[in-house]
Write a protein that binds this ligand. Structure first.
Ligand code: TPP
Ligand code: MG
Length: 541
């Protein structure tokens, strides 16, 4: 006998037993048994529910919650296209090792090919981009419901594979879809324990001139990387979302310094996290004359040139001579001073100027979500400070989608105000992330939009050159002329506009209250020329 209410209650109970504390739901009828079960669990104070109307945004809200809490987060949808809208978040979770649980309601399998409404083949909907999947049915037995949730949570958290990531649970509901009075038996409370921790770090022999590269990584990893580099006196090339971009070893302008003679002296690179931001770093990882050591906590690792000499969980490095780091620091001091002069000369606000202002204006306890495209690359040139904010970014696939929702998830997951720095297209792409109903937990989130009316990163690439001028605006920049003030008004968000760094600093002195859109108009026409000037700074060394 089908018993959707009991099935949904058992599933939710097992999710809670497996550590789920936040859940995201989008509305629909087929998913109603799960909706009621989540609602009941929230009323009992066992989890917190977030309801969103757009499934793509809902998926990225779950991404933000998972990033912030490191716990598994289910996102529940109805059947059909609703389920498919989770695919971008599933891909991001795959590449970012996040325990996202895509829970999709379905018709019973026998109706798949009958032309029934809102019914398609949802089995393996996300293809090879889930770590595990399961097909359940409300006519099944309780032990299989419990077992499959346990199996999926184990796969999602990666405790036995060291490969956390998304999973898919597809549940066929026959009905009745409204609650009936059945109560499941209590969970047997099974446990799956983690694999033993990795052994001692590999001691790297002293001698080769070594640099440390820190790509995107959670805050805990970032702190560890910083410690390793500082203790061994090694130059540290740390992306903003590595959370290692701080302290005495980190170099603000490393991306530029890789174009100097110093870079040729590098013998060995130790890479942590997932570097994606700049061509000079990727070229360094691919160099034939450099020994590459990759440190990864996961089953997979980064090796763009397919030439890593060692892949390991951790390394230890004896302190080397100060001279190597001192030379890099001196070069960084000179290039940083020239960069600061470039960015503070009179004229309109620039993207890198805005990013530096934002980096300087946030306090150590702040949370910052960096959007793809220029914002995160501009932050990657900001001066090093001892105590920067924690930084998060969707670098799994570097999409410009879902970022407003991700930022909301970070703020909600940490129960603290958050800031985001996003390009205008990145912001507009997830405008639905601003739609939050009156009964929902509301984040305190200030979204600073670097508005240059379109995708200005393309102006700094080959497409922005004179040869492609005729096609550039329409094919690449794609200006929208959108009125951000109207959008903020339509969605009930606060709005302000800043034109100077002083305006921005004034805004940043008060904590965000609710969702605020801060439109920062940044120079568009000079972007390509400025990028050229920045790249040329290293030639003055
Ligand atoms: C979902 C998705 N679609 C397309 C892209 C390709 N893309 C990369 S940057 C970019 C433009 C971003 O514009 P904006 O957010 O305004 O930032 P700006 O380049 O102006 O700094 C696009 C379309 C992407 N990364 N993700
Ligand atoms: Mg833009």
């Amino acid at each position: 006998m089908a018993d959707p209410t009991r099935c949904a209650r058992v599933l939710v109970e097992e999710l809670i037993g497996g550590g789920v504390r936040e859940a995201v739901l989008a509305p629909g009828s087929r998913s109603a048994p799960l909706a009621y079960a989540l609602h009941a669990a929230e009323a009992e104070g066992r989890l917190r529910l977030h309801v969103r109307v757009d499934e793509r945004s809902a998926g990225f809200l779950a991404i933000g919650l998972a990033r912030a809490t490191r716990a598994p987060v289910p996102v529940v949808t109805t059947s059909g296209t609703a389920a498919a809208n989770l695919h971008p978040a599933v891909l991001e979770a795959w590449h970012s090792h996040l325990p996202l649980l895509a829970v999709t309601a379905d018709r019973p399998t026998e109706l798949t090919h009958t032309g029934a409404n809102q019914t398609t083949d949802q089995l393996r909907l996300f293809g090879r981009h889930v770590r595990a999947d399961a097909q359940l049915d409300d006519a099944g037995d309780e032990s299989s419901w419990r077992f499959e949730v346990l199996r999926l949570l184990t796969a999602a958290t990666g405790v036995r594979t060291r490969s956390p990531g998304p999973v898919h649970l597809n549940v066929g509901f026959r009905g009745p879809l409204a609650p009936t009075g059945t109560a499941p038996t209590p969970s047997p409370g099974r446990r799956v324990t983690a694999l033993p921790p990795a052994g001692a770090p590999v001691a790297l022999p002293p001698g080769p001139r070594t640099v440390v590269v820190a790509g995107d990584a959670p805050p805990g990893t970032g702190r560890e990387v910083r410690r390793v580099a500082e203790e061994a006196h090694l130059p540290l090339f740390a992306e903003p979302s590595s959370n290692a971009r701080a302290g005495s070893a980190a170099l603000a302008t490393y991306r530029l310094l890789l174009g100097s003679g110093l870079a040729e002296e590098i013998d060995r690179v130790v890479v942590f996290g997932r570097p994606t931001l700049s061509r000079p770093v990727l070229a360094l990882l691919e160099r034939d004359d450099v020994e590459l050591v990759v440190v990864s906590a996961h089953a997979d690792w980064v090796d763009p040139g397919r030439r890593a000499a060692l892949v390991t969980d951790g390394v230890s490095l004896a302190p080397g001579p100060h001279e190597w780091l001192d030379r890099w620091r001196e070069a960084d001091r000179q290039v940083s001073a020239a960069l600061a002069a470039l960015l503070t000369r009179p004229g309109p606000l620039t993207g890198p100027g805005l990013a530096a202002g934002m980096w300087a204006g946030l306090t150590p306890g702040d949370l910052l979500v960096a959007g793809a495209s220029n914002p995160i690359r501009d932050l990657d040139l900001a001066p090093i400070r001892p105590d920067p904010p924690e930084v998060f970014a969707n670098r799994g696939l570097a999409g410009i989608d879902g970022t407003v929702s991700t930022a909301a998830g970070i703020a909600l997951g940490r129960a603290r105000p958050a800031h985001a720095l996003l390009g205008d297209l990145t912001f507009l792409h997830d405008a639905n992330g601003l739609l939050i109903g009156p009964a929902e937990p509301r984040p305190d989130l200030r979204v600073v939009v670097a508005n240059d009316d379109g995708g200005s990163i393309f102006a700094t690439l080959e497409h922005g050159g004179p040869a492609h001028r005729a096609a550039f605006e329409r094919l690449f920049r794609t200006p929208t002329g959108a009125r951000l003030d109207h959008l903020a008004a339509a969605t009930g968000c606060g709005y302000s506009r800043v034109e100077t760094l002083d305006d921005l600093t004034a805004v940043l002195t008060r904590p965000p209250g609710g969702i605020e859109v801060v439109e920062a108009v940044v120079d568009r026409a000079g972007r390509r020329a400025l990028a050229g000037e920045v790249d040329a700074l290293v030639r003055q060394l």
